[in-house]
Structure formats: C-alpha cells, structure tokens
Design a protein around this ligand. Sequence first.
Ligand code: ADP
Length: 426
Amino acid sequence: MGVWQRELIIGLLLLVAVSIIGGMTGLFMPLMLLLTLGMLMRQLFQINRFEKWIRTGGRAKYPKTSGIWEEIYYHVYRIKKNEKKRKKKLGKMVDQFRQSTEALPDAAVVLGANDEIEWANKAAREVFGLQQSDKGQRIPNLIRFPEFIRYLKSGNYNEPVILPSPINHRITLAVRIITYGAGLRLLLAQDVTELKKMERMRKDFVANVSHELRTPLTVLKGYLETLQDMDDGESPLLTTSFQQMQGQTERMQHLVDDLLLLTRLETGQKKTECVNVPALLIQICKEAEALHGGDSARIELTLGTDAHIVGEEQELRSAFTNLLGNALKYSPEDSVVKVHWRRSHEDIVLDVEDQGEGIAAADIPRVTERFYRSEVKRNKKVGGTGLGLAIVKHVLMRHDAKLNIASQLNKGSRFSCHFPGKRGCN
Ligand code: ADP
C-alpha cells in the first residue's frame, strides 16, 4: 500500500471515529473542530521541523518521522546527497583540468568580452610576466606591443602574430587567439625562438651562398666567353661543350639571381610608390615579345582599367615577367597569351591566361613552392629554375595580394593576381 493511501485511510478512519463518537455524545461539531485543529497542528509542526532542517542545508540526518513526511525527507535527502556527489566529481574534474592546463608548455590566457584576463596558466605568467593580481586587468594594458594590440582589435585571428616576450626580448612568441562560447577568447602563445632562429639561419645561409657564388660564376662566364671566341670550330666536341657550359652557367646565374631576389623579398624593407601598372605591363609585354622571337601576335594585352597601385615597381616587374614568361614558355608557339588588367568588385586584378598544356589539379597547390617543377618539365628539360612562382607569391604577399590559379590539363591556365582595391592610387 502506498504512503498516500495509508495517509488517506488514517484520515478517513479518524473522521469516521469522530463522527460516530460525535453522533453518540452529541458533540459532533466540537469534536470535528478538535480533529481539524489537531491535524493542522501536526502538519504545522512537521513543516516547521522540515524548514529548520532544510535551512541548515539539509546535510544532517533527517529527524525521525513517519508517513508522507518520512517520504519527503527521504527524497530531499537523496537529491541532496546526489548533488553533493556530483559537485565533488565536477570539482575534481575542474581541478584536474586546471592542473593539466597549468602544466601546459604553451601559455594560455582566458580573455573576457572586454579583453580582461579571466584566467592564466603558469607558462603565461612566466612568458608575459603576469601576476596573480593581474586577473581582471585588460590585456592590452599589460602586453603593449602595437602589433599585438592591432591583432587583438582586428578580430581576424587566422594567422598568429609574432612578438618578443615582454619580459625577455630574446624569447620569440607566436601568439594566437581562439574564440569560443559567447564572446570568450583563449589566447595561446608558443615559444618559437628556436624555430625563428633556424629560419633566420636558413635565410642567411641561402643569402650567403648565393652571394658568394656570384663572383666565381662571373669569372667562369668571362673565361668561357674568351674560350668561345678562341674556338675555331675545328673540334665539334669542344664547340658543343662550350655551348652546354654556357647554357649551364646561364642557368646557374638565373638560379643565383632568383635566390637573391627571394632573400630580398623575405627580409627586405618594403618601399612604397604609386606604380603605373598599365605602363609597366606595356613595357613587360614588349620585352617578352622581343625575348621570345619578336612575335608580336602572341601577346594580347587588354587594359580594362587605368588603375595604378601602391607598391614596389621592381618587385611587380619581376612577378609579372615571371607569369608572362611561364605562359609563353608552357604554351605552343602559335597560341595566344592574354594579359588583362581589370577591376573586379573591390579588387584590381591582373590575369595572365594561356592556351598551353595546363597544370594537373594535384600540382596546382604546390607550384608556388620553391624548386617545385612538375615531373614533365623536368623530363622534357624545359628551362627554368622552379623559383619563378615562389617569387610571384612573395611579391604578391608583400602587396597584400592573392594569387589564384585556374588550370586544366591540355586546355590552358589562368594566373590571377588580386590586389585589394585600397591599394589603388590614382
Ligand atoms: P619554372 O617555370 O622555372 O619551372 P616556376 O616556379 O615559374 O618555375 O613554375 C613552377 C612550375 O609550375 C613549372 O615548372 C610548371 O610545371 C608549372 N607552371 C607554371 N606556370 C605554368 C603555366 N603557365 N602553364 C603550365 N604550367 C605552369
């Protein structure tokens, strides 16, 4: 039998008993009143006891009672006990999580909606020099590098920003922000000192080697020219050897020049001027025609806009010359190469389009890597250093521009340089 039924039966029995006694004694109403009052008092007493118990947190063992109240006490007690268990488990989990993030080698800072520090791990306190008392402080007040403040404000956190540590300038950090939840952000900083050092060493090495190779190459070339002048053509072996040596020294010269240019692009200061791109394109097309046998019908230049752009003329010349050179090199002699300077929505765009052999889809993402040349080109021994598109990529990066490559095998390729409209300057 359920507690509720028992409770009801007891109430009914009491009511029947009081009715009978009341009927027999003629005191029905007073007895009924007494019964109601008694029941009310009992409930009030129970409510009072329950309120006292729950007021103290309901932690102590509940008072001895019976009937429906025992059930109520039991259920509340059980809920409380489960909640306590859950809280303990949750606390343990949070502790473990904190301990693991504290032990992380990378710095982690949780930022609030107003850039205030909500929490920072040990590594963050070490590399940023943060104190426990900095909690609640706005991070731009503590890490004051302008590039960091710009990064924080930009809201574009795709790429990390490279900063020195505010307390030790010898440490280089790659700082990245990750957004999550509602307005919360996690700032992560990784020590990239060694990585940057290696990168610098690689750049220095390439720059030094290329620089040092220039003099011996010039000497070799000089002697080779003299020897070629002296060659009377009597020995075909000697003549072809000289020709091959000349071809290879020229190739080496190109390699060294391209490597030096890449080094300059990676490390050099950016200069800015307003470059007359239409004039530059006219000149480049003329030069390219002259270089490729003076065939003026091959290049079709369309100037859809007169836009000039802010940039470095020599760098743009190298990039555009490389694109045009490739288009001519990798397409049949009798095909047309289209060069189009145009506006597209917000952007100013240069398209270089050929009807050549095209690039396999798998090769497209890789062609801008240094020394990447598709196997076909290597096998066919088509001249080239494999550095041209790497130069194009770097030049465009320095001009906030992007390179799009659309290509189909045996149909042709289109290389499009997208300059942001804000670079326009006329
Ligand atoms: P290079 O032309 O000296 O080999 P690049 O860096 O300019 O080096 O180009 C890398 C590779 O991309 C080339 O070897 C070639 O396979 C491919 N490529 C570049 N431009 C074109 C093009 N217009 N058509 C077909 N393939 C191209």
